[in-house]
Design a protein around this ligand. Structure first.
Ligand SMILES: *Cc1c(COP(=O)(O)O)cnc(C)c1O
Length: 395
């Protein structure tokens, strides 16, 4: 490294150590690359961590959401209440089944759906609430749980951004009838690509196990997958299934990451607190609002410009950061305004004003386990300058 060479500060970076490397090598040398002990161990680790009886590993969070919907028999004619402020996968999973997403606008403090709006969106066709912990924040999850119970619909928890977060006695993953984690490289825990369905409901877990493996027969108790190739049930397909299996190689990365999860969460908390102490009281920025009874497992660090700023001004700040080799993101553009949603459902600007207003002003800052205090300082100073420059022309 040349000391004077400015170095890019990436938005995100996975934290892979010799432990993950040696577990991957162990799999490669074993010759068993799919349907094996690593997947089973990874499933046990995640189930234990979130306090659910069953965990079913899949090849992405999106696949997991699809299986959860299918296992709950959600299909054409059904409605699912969900948030317009999320990664596209949460609402797309509803479309996969032929059901209709019904959006409920968010609360500007927590960025999760406003519980009163969730309740108002429920009708006779509603089959489920698909609630997302935006940026890992479990706000209102307990309220969605009681709303779902009162209306006799299922709560599906998209906890893809919340592995390791707790609220009071509750652990993310255990709020709903079924929860889904994701392990893309920017998540707290990664497997490269991967996901996990968690539930206490044995029948639901069985359906997911069968459907992730081409609809093969539900495996015998204590086994993660139906018999391997060579057994008579291998070419028997009892329901429409998919190949959503997670490979042993990917699971090995996850096993290593889960063993280190407490250290990972702690490191991310330190980085988040560094940002918070540096940016607290900033005249133009709104910081994440976290309930004092929530113990966050930080996924990303997203601030937003106050409501006097436009989307164009925010975008100029993002380009300015990138111009200084600082990675950043505009998490999330509203789902209802994505081209395929507009086309299919006729959504228009103004339908979910809070989500729209928030989404124009967010700035995801570099956030990963390796981020140093100096880098946080460089990011914050650059951000200060870019915001000050917007104010020159503005006021
Ligand atoms: C990451 C994520 C997913 C799953 O994404 P995959 O890339 O399919 O693993 C789903 N929902 C949300 C809210 C996410 O952040």
């Amino acid at each position: 490294m040349y000391r004077d060479m400015p170095r890019e500060i990436p938005l995100s970076k996975p934290d892979i150590t010799p432990l993950e490397e040696s577990l991957v090598m162990q799999v490669l040398r074993s010759g068993r690359l799919s349907i094996g002990p690593m997947v089973e161990e990874f499933e046990r680790q995640v189930a234990d961590r979130c306090g659910c009886r069953h965990a079913v590993a899949v090849n992405s969070g999106t696949s997991g959401l699809h299986l959860a919907m299918r296992a709950l028999n959600i299909g054409p004619g059904d409605q699912v209440v969900t948030t317009p402020f999320s990664f596209i996968a949460s609402a797309n999973a509803i479309l996969f089944t032929g059901a209709t997403p019904v959006f409920a606008d968010i609360c500007p403090r927590t960025l999760n759906m406003d519980p009163a709006k969730v309740e108002r969106a429920i009708n006779a066709k509603t089959k489920a609430i698909l609630a997302v912990e935006a940026f890992g924040n479990p706000a209102y999850m307990d309220q969605y749980r009681s709303i779902a119970a009162r209306h006799e619909v299922s709560l599906i928890e998209d906890c893809c951004e919340a592995l390791g977060t707790t609220h009071k006695e509750d652990r993310c993953g255990s709020f709903g009838r079924v929860g889904v984690f994701g392990f893309y490289p920017n998540k707290q825990v990664t497997t490269g690509e991967g996901g996990m369905v968690v539930t206490d409901d044995e029948r639901l877990a069985d359906m997911c196990r069968s459907m992730r493996n081409q609809g093969r027969p539900i495996p015998a108790r204590g086994h993660s997958s139906p018999s391997a190739p060579g057994f008579s049930s291998w070419l028997r397909h009892e329901r429409l299934g998919y190949n959503y299996r997670l490979s042993e190689v990917n699971a090995a990365i996850g096993v290593g990451q889960m063993r280190r999860l407490d250290a990972i969460i702690e490191r991310r908390r330190e980085v988040a607190e560094r940002y918070i102490s540096r940016l607290a009281g900033h005249r133009h920025l709104i910081l994440p609002t976290i309930d004092p009874e929530t113990r966050m497992s930080w996924f990303v660090f997203v601030v937003r410009l106050d409501s006097s700023y436009t989307g164009e001004e925010r975008d100029r700040v993002l380009s300015g950061l990138r111009g200084h080799d600082i990675g950043c993101g505009d998490y999330f553009p509203c789902i209802h305004l994505q081209p395929h949603f507009r086309e299919q459902f006729g959504f228009e600007v103004g339908m979910f004003p809070i989500a729209e207003s928030v989404s124009h002003r967010t700035i995801a800052l570099p956030f990963h386990n390796g981020l140093t205090d100096r880098e946080v300082e460089v990011v914050c100073q650059t951000l200060d300058v870019l915001i000050a420059r917007e104010n020159l022309t503005k006021r």
